[in-house]
Write a protein that binds this ligand. Structure first.
Ligand code: ADP
Ligand code: DAR
Length: 390
């Protein structure tokens, strides 16, 4: 396989990227060598015009000014990715929150004029000149239970995203590369022992009933996410996709959904410390066996810019009936503590039986411990406000 080794700089920070020289299928077929072809340009112009006319509140609409658009629309990465490969999801889904994905790792540099302002906005101040801090899991034993009396929190979950070195992101992956990633993951997962020991279940061959039950029980990713489909992240589905979990379903790993890997620890109740301990153990064990894509400025690289850095989302499923009477107020409170409110089945879903998914929002520019602490403090405050009735 032809390998791609590239050193490039962003704001004096050197990026060293080594990966298979994959071509983004979409651009490769249509663009030929060196430039974005007229058909791609036409789709970009039309989609951009519709986006400007739409009532979209996405960050890509907010920051893709005409000057930036005209500067970036003619560019193509060495993988063959164009601006269209990055923003077509946001153009086809005006209700996107962000509206952009990195079609391959190089897009973060080549299209920095649109990625950087969106990253700074979403991660609440991570500037072009900022560098993500080194990994720091902190004093794990100091992390406690957000709801020791068990009055509000139903369950607690921590997840992170990882991309395997040597492979581009979803839109540029070939079918055999999905299988290669799955094989590397199943090899690594098969060596886990103790509480982490478990079994890998490929989506291929899984009955719809088993799949739906795993989704309904909040263990498995949803299928057919329209945002990911528009981003060309679901090709060859379900090839190479699957889920690993231990016997108690408290440690899980997703393979080839939005990212190459999602590592998840979850359990009933509010004991964030136990969930964190298991999560860190699992990540450390897998890091012994696999090489993940990471660089100095952004930390762990991911398909979506909202997940860069620690890539950690720590969440509770919680009932806050008093606060939920006024969703604007609940969201304002969440914003104040750098939290994000999602529906019961995750992002882009609604609350069922009054259960909300509340988690840290920012993942970049803080250490792992700071992200967990920020979520812990925010949830404790939310519970305090619910008890007080406002
Ligand atoms: P992700 O967090 O992996 O980026 P989603 O927001 O779509 O993606 O959530 C994925 C799944 O995780 C959903 O089924 C959601 O219900 C479940 N989930 C998230 N937080 C919790 C939690 N605290 N307890 C139980 N399930 C959770
Ligand atoms: N569809 C994207 C999702 C953004 C963040 N969530 C991710 N990456 N799962 C949007 O712009 O809404």
């Amino acid at each position: 396989m032809a390998w791609f080794q590239k050193t490039f700089k962003i704001n004096h920070v050197k990026f060293e990227v080594k990966m298979a020289k994959a071509k983004c299928h979409k651009c490769e077929e249509k663009c030929g060598k060196g430039k974005v072809n007229p058909e791609i340009l036409q789709k970009l112009e039309r989609g951009y015009k519709d986006l400007l006319k739409s009532d979209s509140k996405s960050l890509v609409k907010k920051y893709l000014t005409l000057d930036v658009f005209d500067k970036l629309k003619i560019k193509k990465t060495s993988f063959g990715s164009s601006l269209l490969d990055c923003i077509q999801s946001g153009m086809e889904n005006p209700d996107s929150g962000i509206g952009i994905y990195a079609a391959d790792p190089e897009t973060y540099t080549l299209f920095a004029d649109i990625f950087d302002p969106i990253i700074q906005d979403y991660h609440e101040g991570f500037k072009k000149s900022d560098i993500h801090p080194p990994t720091d899991w902190g004093a794990i034993q100091n992390v406690g239970n957000v709801d020791a009396k068990g009055e509000y929190v139903i369950s607690t979950r921590i997840r992170c995203c990882r991309s395997l070195e040597g492979y581009p992101f979803n839109p540029c992956l070939k079918e055999n590369e999905y299988k290669e990633i799955e094989a590397k993951m199943t090899d690594a997962l098969s060596t886990l022992t103790g509480e982490l020991k478990g079994t890998y279940y490929p989506l291929e061959g899984m009955t719809k009933e088993v799949q739906q039950k795993l989704i309904d029980d909040h263990f498995l990713f949803k299928e057919g996410d329209r945002f990911l489909q528009s981003a060309n992240a679901c090709r060859f589905w379900p090839t190479g996709r699957g889920i690993f979990h231990n016997e108690n379903k408290t440690f899980l790993v997703w393979v080839n959904e939005e990212d190459h890997v999602r590592i998840i620890s979850l359990q009933q109740g509010g004991n964030l410390g136990e969930v964190y301990q298991r999560f860190v153990s699992g990540v450390k064990e897998l890091e012994k066996k696999l090489k993940f894509m990471k660089n100095e400025r952004f930390g762990y690289l991911t398909f979506c810019p909202t997940n860069l850095g620690t890539t950690i989302r720590a969440s509770v499923h919680i009932k806050v009936p008093k606060l939920a009477k006024d969703m604007n107020k609940l969201n304002e409170l969440a914003d104040r503590y750098h939290l994000q409110v999602r529906g019961t089945r995750g992002e882009h879903t609604v609350a069922e039986d009054g259960i909300y998914d509340i988690s840290n929002k920012r993942r970049l520019g803080l250490t792992e411990y700071e992200v967990i602490k920020e979520m812990f403090d925010g949830i404790v405050e939310i519970i305090k406000r619910e008890k007080a009735g406002s």
